[in-house]
Design a protein around this ligand. Structure first.
Ligand code: ZN
Length: 81
């Protein structure tokens, strides 16, 4: 993500948090697939709960970043995947 063209600490922080939450989500998602493949229902439900929590955080950070950019910088950004 490189839309933080201005030097804005908030943009940097929110983008970095969002990126690390996304990386964490992908990691949990592959752990989840491994647990399902190994037919480990206990592990998969544990991972599923954590993945849902990380996903909530990810969505919240994305909203916060969009809101911040809109309010502070007066423009909207295209959603980063
Ligand atoms: Zn900013």
């Amino acid at each position: 993500m490189s839309h933080a063209s201005e030097n804005c600490a908030d943009c940097d922080r929110l983008s970095a948090d969002y990126e690390s939450a996304t990386i964490r989500w992908f990691r949990l998602d592959s752990q989840m697939q491994i647990a399902e493949f190994g037919r480990d229902p206990e592990a998969s439900s544990m991972i599923a709960r954590e993945r849902a929590m990380v996903d909530d955080r990810r969505q919240a950070l994305k909203r916060a970043l969009h809101e911040h950019v809109q309010v502070r910088h007066g423009r909207s950004i295209r959603a980063a995947a």
